[in-house]
Design a protein around this ligand. Structure first.
Ligand SMILES: Nc1ncnc2c1ncn2[C@@H]1O[C@H](COP(=O)(O)OP(=O)(O)O)[C@@H](O)[C@H]1O
Ligand SMILES: Nc1ncnc2c1ncn2[C@@H]1O[C@H](COP(=O)(O)OP(=O)(O)O)[C@@H](O)[C@H]1O
Ligand SMILES: [Zn+2]
Lengths: 262, 262
């Protein structure tokens, strides 16, 4: 069996694949990917997350799974993804990441393209993902090896969600990624504008102060110009940052908030 | 002449090389690289910037050079880097970036490792960098191809500046990059903690409100634990974001401010 046949076999039980990418780093891709997976799992769907950022894997940390390890089935090379939070009858979120394979969290992965590609293919071809409604792929920044691999491997019934912050340096990288998705004939689900505006309450006089810290509207403008759906804005909230570091993603504790609807 | 001999020849006039990297994206690497170059140029030193982020090149935008193009010397493959702002008798900052070679700013660079490596080597081997006191290399996130190439090509009299934001997801990627620099036997100049705290003035009662938006102290803690110098904190300032998008880097208009001393 060729590797591609193996990949198609192991992906056979996955109904939809969603690629979360951005072009620029630090805009909130992992935060969105993890929260998207949780929102779907809360509804009772079977969900998996594949961390495709081989040299900067952050998914396990954001789900408080840093100490977990995938298990390998005896006598075979097939592994079981790590079981993440169990949020409904749909079962635990299944997670695979390079972070699970590092000796220490400080160990750098100094790999060039071919080794990264091999790892991504193995995570898909040798993982027992089973029956999933959604597999979310969290991509690293850039339009190079990992992004190319992920976009080539997902095949049909997949979509791309682009995350950006409002600044022009972020939207210009997001536009490159949208054009790449179109060139790869993938369905662009839409753009999310993250870190869009900050509201602070004055501790003295209780005035609500709106700060356009990173500007606002850049993502919406890019969506209009490139003719892709605009999925909404997520404000900067201190809670989102805190919970990312603690491994309790934002959505679990505040499902009804405005950010959750994005 | 081999490529490496050519690289050593063209780098012959460069006294010091500084690699600015971070592991995680969106932490302010390009902002720090551009401001560092400007601070050195203001002192009368000869400075160049090489944008090593091949698929997400942001240096020209932050220096308002998006419309410029490098020129090629007639009958040879040697090119002249673009001349950036002229801040003193040291001459204009010399700049080279993939952004200068794109048809449109929205054109994605869909290249794998080997092509990226070829481009980086050409930017160094075929650029007429001439006499420089400092060449600043602005790296993409991650510890893969571009980072490996840049660290292997700089050779002696070079140093690495690591940029991080205070969050744990950022410092954990920064630590990987520090360990990579040490493994490559490079001199780690130190860590800069960027976006460390935000101060806002209430428009109603003039109260100064300090917000730990992304936390604070993460970079300093990593510096102590990994035994590398801590170069200081740069707060979140709306001016820094605005000027990054307009191409007027922060330092030029506010040289004396606290951020400039980092
Ligand atoms: N809307 C938001 N408000 C506040 N902090 C956020 C928000 N979105 C993301 N963050 C924080 O910003 C940092 C970068 O987010 P991350 O998801 O790691 O970005 P990426 O995956 O694009 O590199 C993290 O510390 C995260 O907690
Ligand atoms: N201290 C700061 N305060 C406010 N905005 C900042 C600060 N540092 C960087 N930025 C903004 O954050 C964004 C990301 O910075 P950038 O230098 O592009 O990061 P990187 O090169 O690590 O991807 C840019 O829009 C920049 O203007
Ligand atoms: Zn007030």
């Amino acid at each position: 069996m060729t590797e591609m046949e193996q990949i198609n076999l192991m992906m056979g039980g996955v109904k939809h694949k969603i690629i979360v990418c951005s072009g620029k780093g630090g805009v909130g891709k992992t935060t969105v990917a993890v929260n998207l997976a949780i929102a779907l799992a809360i509804k009772g769907l079977k969900v998996g997350i594949l961390d495709v950022d081989i040299t900067g894997p952050n998914v396990p940390k954001m789900l408080n799974l840093e100490e977990e390890r995938p298990t390998v089935k005896p006598g075979s090379k097939i592994f079981n993804p790590v079981s993440g939070p169990m949020l409904s009858s749909g079962g635990p979120i299944k997670v695979m990441s390079m972070a699970f394979l590092l000796e220490t969290p400080d160990t750098p992965v100094i790999w060039r393209g071919p080794l990264k590609m091999k790892a991504i293919r193995q995570f898909i071809a040798e993982g027992d993902w089973g029956e999933l409604d959604y597999l979310i792929l969290d991509l690293p920044p850039g339009t190079s090896d990992e992004t190319l691999d992920a976009m080539q491997l997902v095949g049909d019934n997949s979509g791309v969600v682009i995350v950006t912050t409002p600044q022009e340096v972020a939207t210009m990288d997001a536009r490159k990624t949208i054009n790449m998705s179109k060139a790869m004939k993938l369905n662009v689900v839409g753009i999310i504008e993250n870190m869009s505006g900050l509201t602070v309450k004055c501790p003295k006089c209780e005035e609500e102060i709106k700060i356009d810290l990173f500007g606002s509207g850049g993502g919406e403008k890019a969506a209009k110009e490139l003719d892709v759906p605009f999925l909404g804005k997520v404000p900067i909230e201190h809670k989102i940052m805190q919970q990312g570091d603690k491994g309790v993603p934002f959505l679990i504790s505040n499902p009804d908030s405005v950010s959750a609807s994005a």
